[in-house]
Design a protein around this ligand. Sequence first.
Ligand code: SF4
Ligand code: SF4
Length: 115
Amino acid sequence: MISFVAEDRCEPCGACVAVCPANVFEAGPGGRPVIARQTQCQTCFLCELYCPADALYVDPDCETVRPVDPAQAAPLLGQYRRESGWGEWADVYANEHWRMGEIFARARALATPRT
Ligand code: SF4
Ligand code: SF4
């Protein structure tokens, strides 16, 4: 579940607000995102993936809001984007984001109202 925004890293670009499928964020002062609806988070990691500044931390625990110490989590910022081989990491790690395709397809099927 989304845990915190490292405001000192954020270069307000709006990407996390735009990509979040669960409308978790609001644009706050200066355009920086505010976690407005934390329990709506689906732990999909898309915000981490799209954040060019590695300013977001998503706790892998998808069910519980856990207090996370920003200092302890700091070394993990950007890990998902890095190990997914996005951006400047494309030549270092294989981009395996395609693996999410099946998961998203299942989510779409579950979310589609049956008639
Ligand atoms: S992990 Fe997914 S659902 Fe949660 S805040 Fe980020 S983009 Fe939104
Ligand atoms: S994607 Fe990252 S840099 Fe852009 S607004 Fe969100 S937290 Fe800030």
